[in-house]
Design a protein around this ligand. Structure first.
Ligand code: BES
Ligand code: MN
Ligand code: MN
Length: 460
């Protein structure tokens, strides 16, 4: 371990500078106006892999943004680790809520804690780049205990559809013993954890149309169904007084967790007062009968991500709008299926629409929920690696977010995943002022080579 730490210490500034350079590239996958920037980020990742010593590094074209692939296959008798990450980021808006511009990274130190602020700092550029630096360290030491394949994509934040195709078409190329991903969070810097499950996602857009044109709200108000009012009522009816989702059949495939397992999960530290205080909530809400930690992990949820219609400009305009829309996401748990839930939602949403309006439901990207094993040698290797660098055995916890490709790694490639993430929930991923702890960045770089060492040893 001494060697790894020494190398990090000697290259600290460069490691940070390189991440800063990557963070300066606004690789927003969702917005076509950034397409060239996304391509530049892919080039940057490709060049870093080459510089670190990877072979056969290539940009793989897709119908969307390119996938960066690279490998170092030293010995067929060694196990192979497939490292997955993403170089694309979420849109940065609302820009006015950032304390510094999202693509002009700054590192600030508060109470002795340094953080790097930028869109993508944690999700996932910071966490992905740790793997390239860890690889550099192993290469420099001439100590690569496993074969390694990198697959870094540029469309995770838009659902990974093209990566899904790439995976299905490149089964042989991607053949590996385990997938290693750092794109999740830990409980705290002094409470390390490993994510052992992800929620799935069903994402839909709905449009409600009332009258065929915008109307004067005085001339017509009271007689014409207002699509904004009606959309609000329809959305409100999707959850009941116990915060249960009312879509018929929604819970049919939800695996109920045994009381023993719930008790075990409840041992992971979670402070509800702290949670409320941090978010300045009067109280947390959630499905009756479950705890807050459970609401965000083992139970599904439904949220409006955006809603619009009518007049939202300055001052008042008296209008009865013709249309109203919303984007709605549902987080899914085993064994719900995104496709099935999307269909249940669409059927139900249309069925509850009053005659006064017409409803259109458009499905967006989705993803399936996953559980990752805790009884595998790969999990054991990750646990040992984190124990060595954090001084504590990491706790297995289920995550609330989604990484759509993970289910396909299992279903299409038949490879299990280890989600060894180093972020924190307080990193504000997808929000203004996203950050990543400098501590976390270097801790990740230090821990990853140990994963390779232990996975190599345990595979013998
Ligand atoms: N890295 C996140 C997923 C994540 C974050 C999992 C924290 C667990 C803890 C990923 O980049 C992400 O944001 N995924 C999207 C999925 C999508 C856009 C299809 C998500 O969860 O919203
Ligand atoms: Mn991510
Ligand atoms: Mn994300």
């Amino acid at each position: 371990m001494g060697k790894i730490k020494e190398y990090i210490e000697a290259n600290k500034d460069r490691f940070l500078d390189e991440l800063v350079e990557l963070l300066k590239i606004p690789s927003v996958s969702a917005d076509p106006k950034y397409t060239e920037d996304v391509a530049r980020a892919a080039d940057y990742v490709r060049d870093s892999l080459i510089a670190a010593g990877a072979d056969n590094v290539e940009l793989c074209k897709t119908a969307g943004h390119p996938i960066v692939y690279g490998e170092k296959l030293t010995n067929t008798s060694l196990p192979t680790v497939l490292v997955y990450g993403h170089y694309d980021v979420q849109p940065p808006d609302p820009l006015e809520l950032w304390n510094s511009p999202p693509f002009e990274p700054v590192i600030t130190t508060e109470n002795g804690e340094s953080k790097i602020y930028a869109r993508g700092a944690c999700d996932d550029k910071g966490q992905m780049y740790m793997h390239i630096k860890a690889f550099e360290i192993m290469m420099d030491a001439g100590d690569l205990p496993c074969n390694i394949k990198f697959m870094i994509e540029g469309e995770e934040e838009v659902g990974s559809e093209n990566l899904g195709i790439f995976v299905a078409e490149n089964k042989e190329k991607l053949k590996s013993d385990v997938v290693l991903i750092s794109d999740t969070s830990m409980i705290a810097n002094d409470v390390p954890s490993i994510t052992v499950g992800l929620r799935g996602l069903s994402y839909v857009e709905v449009e409600v149309t009332g009258p065929n044109r915008d109307l004067h709200s005085g001339v017509y108000g009271g007689a014409v169904g207002n699509p904004v009012n009606i959309l609000c009522e329809m959305i409100a009816s999707l959850t009941d007084e116990n915060n249960k989702i009312t879509i018929p059949g929604f819970y049919d495939d939800v695996v109920e967790i045994s009381e023993e397992e719930r008790a075990k999960m409840a041992e992971a530290p979670f402070d509800l007062d702290e949670f409320n205080k941090d978010l300045e909530l009067g109280e947390a809400i959630g499905e009756k009968g479950y705890s807050t930690a459970e609401h965000t992990s083992i139970r599904p949820s439904l949220d409006v991500n955006g809603i619009w219609g009518g007049y939202t400009g300055e001052g008042a305009k008296t209008v009865l709008p013709s249309k109203a829309s919303a984007k709605i996401s549902m987080r899914l748990v085993p064994n719900q299926s995104a496709e099935k839930i999307t269909k249940l939602f669409a059927d139900h949403f249309k069925s509850i629409a009053p005659k006064a309006v017409k409803v259109k439901v458009t499905p967006h990207h989705g993803g399936e929920p996953v559980l990752t094993p805790t009884d595998s040698i790969a999990y054991k290797a990750a646990s040992m690696a984190m124990e060595a660098t954090f001084g504590k055995v990491p706790i297995p916890v289920r995550g609330g977010g989604s990484i759509p490709i993970v289910a396909l790694f299992e279903d299409v490639l038949n490879i299990k995943t280890v989600l060894m993430g180093f972020g924190l929930d307080s990193d504000d991923i997808h929000s203004p002022n996203e950050s990543y702890g400098v501590f976390n960045y270097f801790k990740g770089i230090e821990t990853i080579p140990l994963f390779f060492r232990y996975f190599g040893e345990l595979s013998k």
